[in-house]
Write a protein that binds this ligand. Sequence first.
Ligand code: UD1
Length: 430
Amino acid sequence: MEQYVIKGGNPLVGEVEIGGAKNAALAILAASIMADETITIDNLPNVRDINVLLGAIEGIGAVVERIDAHTVKINGSTISGMTVDYEYIKKIRASYYLLGALLGKYKKAEVALPGGCDIGSRPIDLHLKGFRALGARVDIQHGLIAAEADHLKGTHIYLDKVSVGATINIMMAAAMAEGKTIIENAAKEPHVVDVANFLNSMGAGIRGAGTDVIRIVGVEKLHKTEYSIIPDQIEAGTFMFAAAATRGDVTVKNVIPKHLEATTAKLLEVGCEVEEFDDAVRVVCAKPMHHTQVTTLPYPGFPTDMQPQMAVILGIADGTSTVTESIFENRFKYVDELTRMGANIKVESNIAIITGVEKYTGARVSAPDLRAGAALVIAGLAAEGITIVDDIYYIERGYENFEEKLASLGAQIEKVSSEKEIQKFTLKVS
Ligand code: UD1
């Protein structure tokens, strides 16, 4: 088991390059099986979730050729099975995108039902409602979701709740349905737009992605394409907040500043300076930070995937702040860990009430999930003394070379795998 060991206190300074968006890439990889020609995908983040999904795609018989760490070629013409088993889905929920992709292409798919997740119950009723509306029979049996249709027929779907996953999954199936589909109350996240752009580059007829009404004219076939994935707004935001927490000066490169507006707005509110360039943002945070209020909301609101990182910042800002989590029901599991580092946070239902402390103090903590894990690393970078973050495999699901990128900004952080290495690090930095 690996850990991060961190000696806090160094302001992060310098430039960091952001990779491709994990959540866009997951959907795009699944969608790429929908053609019988070779699809080339570039700017792929080299993280665990992506590699697991590529395994699932190979598992159903597609040809997956890894050109380099960030480029892959996929050919779906050799697909022999329509069943994605639990081995993959238990590791990443997003393998359920193969449901929409297989159903669209072959009118048949069987995917293991995703299990519970550590940020609360995560139903997929809206995905299934969409498939049924398109004319599929959907059954849940023996832990599998089985969807089948003689043909899929375009329809009008209203999503009761804004859901990224349901919007993308329905959009994929509808891309190869007969006639026109309208998805209302669709998610507007940048990765929804990226998946639509990708499908359109394969010949799909999708309009309106990025607004709350998506219109899709189904096509019979999708063709080859070469596509580069958008930058990861959450990785970017994480580095922006790491700069703020350490009172640093970091230029985050290869980003789309528009996608970072909610994150940027909160940094300005707490008193940091943010300078925007064409494809970079610079965060400078020299002065003490102030309290503020944050509520997570679907895009363009403040992203739930930045909620733990935001709480870490507010934990060392002046005064009392609140963080309201409106998307997932159990996303405050990191609070106990942060409290061990000296934070003063009280959680009441879906609101964290945070009274800023002067500083965090290093402690041994565990990453409870991907984004909360990254947030604890940020706390460690800002803390006095040594922090050890256990269970970093969560963090590696979504951050490529996290410790190397942080170290290049002046952080004292190492990935270790034994108590001996932890001691060695401690001796080296003290
Ligand atoms: C995606 C992201 C995740 C992010 C989340 C919200 C991926 C792989 N994951 O997750 O990182 O935190 O968006 O931005 O892209 N819901 C239902 N029924 C459904 C589907 C969702 O009630 O059928 C609810 C969920 O419980 C949640 C809300 O809708 O309360 C939003 O979830 P959703 O946008 O679907 O999240 P994911 O796509 O799972």
